[in-house]
Design a protein around this ligand. Structure first.
Ligand code: BES
Ligand code: MN
Ligand code: MN
Length: 462
């Protein structure tokens, strides 16, 4: 891969500039008013694939946002790597908290990224990481070092649940035939502590509505006499955890796979500083399920969190009112072998059962997905591990992540393929938040590491 690395190096400015162009397109999938930008982003990406010599490039229409597909078959007897990523991004708001506009990428250095980081929505999640794959393949193709076949499948709806990709995958099994799926849409421990993500949590997401009286009421005339839906909702939500931080929904933990002591001991070897963790978040103490470390709470244990709560008067000044309705959005992060639909149903049954007679409750399920785990003794993992060792000079640590990419479990079910999660972002890169960024070191290190994966995977599959 020497020529490949040389080519990447002498084209690094252009690679970066091309990424910056992609980041200028506000491909927000959650908001339909960005539809044009989403399509433009898909087309730009497709054009970029054609330019580097990818064949059969197609912007595949779906009922929602298009999927960009392309392939390069060098030799049918060689293995095939299927690259998955997403070009859609989260909404940029709250806009006022960005130090520079979300879709006008700039390079600034930070404590974690002294060599500079690209600040823009999607820089890390996932345009920057997805684009590393395009450029790594460009470099290999340019110098004739691509050792196996490659297929690209880049979607535009990851941030809104990948519903149409799920349909595409079911319909296109033949076209998507491969030996392994390769994804960079997660993180690593630190720039000098390479790691490979070996697990993702699943997700169950619900919205609840609590209705009390049929109209908003004067809180002096009616306060203390009727159920206040906001008070009731707050109490119901508070009761979803006990004093040990356990979730109180009956049956919630029934299918949770517990790790063995050996696996937990293995996990505990990853470096973690409680002090640095608290300091970075400006909190005095962590909290969570008792009996588990912070790292475990955030990866191998299921959780329940309110993501948003509203109702009543939230404007300027004071208005004395008892609202008719209160709402909340609640996410549950799941672990193997919890079933998202089942958990949603358990939540619904429980939440309805704890509602006092004085209110009515509606539970609306949103999108969800299953957890996924990657075995560390597979050829794919081994190839990835060797690639990191070659690029970083250090063996990577396997780490289970707390985030979710629901489509990964679906790939396994529908295509029978395992996924290797080669993430290059840092937890501090502020994905989904204002000032999202991606280190230049990380971007270039990704472009360097990926070709080695192709090389070792092809060698090990022989
Ligand atoms: N790339 C993230 C998931 C992620 C980030 C996993 C960092 C591990 C480390 C992905 O784009 C994402 O944001 N997923 C959502 C779920 C989706 C259904 C909206 C999530 O985890 O909240
Ligand atoms: Mn992502
Ligand atoms: Mn995301």
């Amino acid at each position: 891969m020497d020529q490949t690395q040389k080519y990447s190096n002498s084209n690094k400015e252009r690679y970066l500039n091309e990424l910056l162009e992609l980041l200028k397109i506000p491909s927000v999938s959650a908001d339909p008013s960005y539809k044009k930008d989403v399509i433009q982003c898909a087309e730009t990406l497709a054009e970029g694939l054609r330019k580097i010599g990818i064949q059969n490039v197609e912007v595949c229409e779906t009922a929602g946002n298009p999927i960009v597909y392309g392939e390069k078959i060098v030799d049918a007897t060689k293995p095939t790597v299927l690259v998955y990523g997403h070009y859609d991004v989260q909404p940029a708001d709250p806009l006022e908290l960005w130090s520079s506009p979300a879709f006008e990428p700039v390079i600034k250095s930070t404590e974690k990224h002294p060599q500079g980081a690209i600040f823009a929505r999607g820089a890390c999640d996932d345009k920057g990481q997805m684009f590393m794959h395009v450029k790594a393949v460009e470099s290999m193709l340019a110098v004739n070092e691509l050792p196996c076949n490659v297929k690209f499948m880049i979607e535009g709806e990851e941030e809104v649940g990948s519903e149409n990709l799920a349909i595409f995958v079911k319909e296109e099994k033949e076209r998507l035939k491969a030996d392994i799926i390769l994804v960079s849409d997660t993180g690593m421990l630190a720039n000098d502590v390479p790691s490979i993500t070996t697990g993702l949590r699943g997700l169950s997401y619900v919205e609840v509505e609590v209705t009390g009286p049929n109209r908003d009421l004067h809180s002096g005339l009616y306060g203390g006499c009727v159920a206040n839906p906001i008070n009731v909702l707050a109490e119901m939500i508070a009761s979803l955890h006990d004093s040990n931080g356990k979730i109180t929904i009956p049956g919630f933990y029934d299918k949770v796979v517990e790790l063995t002591d050996k696996e937990r001991a293995e996990m505990a070897r990853a470096p973690f500083s409680h002090v640095a963790y608290c300091k970075a978040l400006n909190i005095a103490e962590t909290m969570g399920e008792s009996g588990y470390s912070t790292m475990e709470r955030g990866s191998i244990r299921p959780t329940l969190d309110v993501n948003g709560i509203w109702g009543g008067y939230t404007g300027e000044g004071a208005k004395t009112v008892i609202a008719s309705k209160a709402f909340a959005k609640i996410s549950m992060r799941l672990v193997p072998d919890q079933d998202p639909e089942e958990v949603t149903n358990l939540f619904k049954t429980h939440f309805e059962s704890i509602a006092p007679n004085s209110v009515k409750v509606i539970v609306k399920p949103h999108h969800g997905g299953e957890a996924a785990v990657t075995p560390i003794d597979s050829v794919g993992y081994l190839a990835a591990s060797m690639a990191y060792e070659k690029a970083f000079g250090k063996k990577p640590i396997p780490v289970r992540s707390g985030g979710s990419i629901p489509i990964i479990a679906m790939f396994e079910k529908e295509l029978g393929l395992k996924t290797i999660l080669m993430g290059f972002g840092l937890d501090s890169d502020a994905i989904h938040s204002p000032n999202e960024h991606f280190g230049l070191f990380n971007f270039y290190k990704g472009i360097e590491t990926i070709p080695y994966f192709y090389y070792y995977f092809t060698e090990l599959t022989k």
